[in-house]
Design a protein around this ligand. Structure first.
Ligand code: PAF
Length: 282
C-alpha cells in the first residue's frame, strides 16, 4: 500500500495508472470502521485500483470543539487499510489541502438549506470545498459514499452534475452494529450510557416503517420524536420525512415515491444521524 501525503506525489501515482484501468475512490475523515471498509470493498469489486483519503476537513465543522475532539486513529486506520488490500492512501496535511483560505461558495440549494444544512451552518459548503479538491487531485472514475449521510450523498451528486465531473457516485448502504446503531466514527466518543441508549434511534425508525401509509406523516413524525425524547440520554434535533431527491419535507405520504425519514439526535455532546427509506415496503 502506498502512503501519499502530497498532491505532487499523488499526481505521479495517478499518471502511472493506465487509461484502461478504473480508479475507485473512498474519501474519509479517518477513525475507520466497518462502514468505511464496506465502501472500500465495494470499490475493490468494481475497480482495478482503489485509493482512500484520510483528512479531517476543518472547513466542514461548524463547531470548533467537535473538530478538536473528532477521533483520530491514523495508525490503526493505516493497518486496517493495508489489511484490506487498498492500493493507495492519500493522507495530506491541512496546509497541503488549504495552502490558502478557500473562499469558494457552493450553491447546493435547495438541498443544503434543510436538515443538516439548517442546524450546521456552512457544513455543506465545507464538504463541497474538500470533495471538489479531492476529486480534482484523485481524478477517480468512481467514488463511494455511505447512505448514512443521506443528505451529503444528494449534495455530492449535485456537485458532480453541476460541475460536470465525469465521476460515477456509488451509494453504499449503511452498515450497522448488531443492535442496529448506524456505524459512525463519532460512536467512539459515546459514554456507556449513551451507547446503550443509541440503538433506540434505529429501533424507532423501523417501528415507524410499519406505520407508513396507515398513519399520517405528522403522526409518524410525532411518534418518532416522542419515543426517542422519552429516553433521558437522547434528544432529537430533527426528524423529517422528505422526498429522497429534493430533500424537501412532505406532508402527505402520496407526495413522493421515494419517502425517506431523516433524523439527527444528540446523545449528550455527540450528534448521531440516521435515516430510513419508507418505499422499501412498497
Ligand atoms: O463523510 C465524510 O467522512 C466527509 O464528509 C467527507 C466526504 C470525507 C469529506 O470530508
Amino acid at each position: 500500500m502506498k502512503l501519499i501525503t502530497t498532491v505532487e506525489e499523488f499526481n505521479k501515482f495517478r499518471q502511472e495508472i493506465k487509461e484502461n484501468q478504473n480508479l475507485g475512490f473512498v474519501p474519509t475523515m479517518g477513525a475507520l470502521h466497518d462502514g468505511h471498509i464496506e465502501l472500500a470493498k465495494q470499490a475493490q469489486k468494481d475497480c482495478d485500483i482503489v485509493a482512500v483519503s484520510i483528512f479531517v476537513n476543518p472547513t466542514q465543522f461548524n463547531n470548533t470543539e467537535d473538530l478538536k475532539k473528532y477521533p483520530r486513529t491514523n495508525k490503526q486506520d493505516l493497518e486496517l487499510l493495508e489489511k484490506t488490500g487498498i492500493d493507495a492512501v492519500f493522507m495530506p496535511s491541512e496546509v497541503e489541502m488549504y495552502p490558502e483560505k478557500d473562499e469558494r461558495i457552493f450553491d447546493f440549494s435547495p438541498l443544503d438549506t434543510v436538515m443538516e444544512g439548517k442546524f450546521r451552518k456552512g457544513h455543506f459548503n465545507g464538504v463541497g470545498q474538500i470533495v471538489s479538491k479531492l476529486f480534482d487531485i484523485i481524478q477517480p472514475n468512481k467514488a463511494y459514499f455511505g447512505e448514512k449521510d443521506f443528505q451529503q450523498l444528494a449534495i455530492i451528486q449535485k456537485l458532480v452534475k453541476d460541475y460536470k465531473y465525469s465521476i460515477k457516485i456509488v451509494p453504499v448502504q449503511t452498515m450497522r452494529e448488531k443492535d442496529g446503531l448506524a456505524m459512525s466514527s463519532r460512536n467512539l466518543r459515546l459514554t456507556e450510557a449513551h451507547r446503550d441508549a443509541a440503538p433506540l434511534i434505529y429501533k424507532t425508525l423501523t417501528q415507524s416503517l410499519k406505520q407508513f401509509g396507515t398513519k399520517s406523516v405528522k403522526e409518524i413524525e410525532s411518534f418518532v420524536m416522542e419515543t426517542i425524547n422519552k429516553n433521558p440520554f437522547l434528544k432529537i434535533e430533527y426528524f423529517e420525512i422528505v422526498d429522497a431527491k429534493s430533500l424537501q419535507q412532505i406532508s402527505d405520504s402520496n407526495q413522493t415515491n421515494e419517502p425517506v425519514g431523516c433524523i439527527a439526535v444528540h446523545a449528550s455532546e455527540i450528534r448521531l444521524i440516521d435515516n430510513i427509506r419508507y418505499n422499501q415496503i412498497k
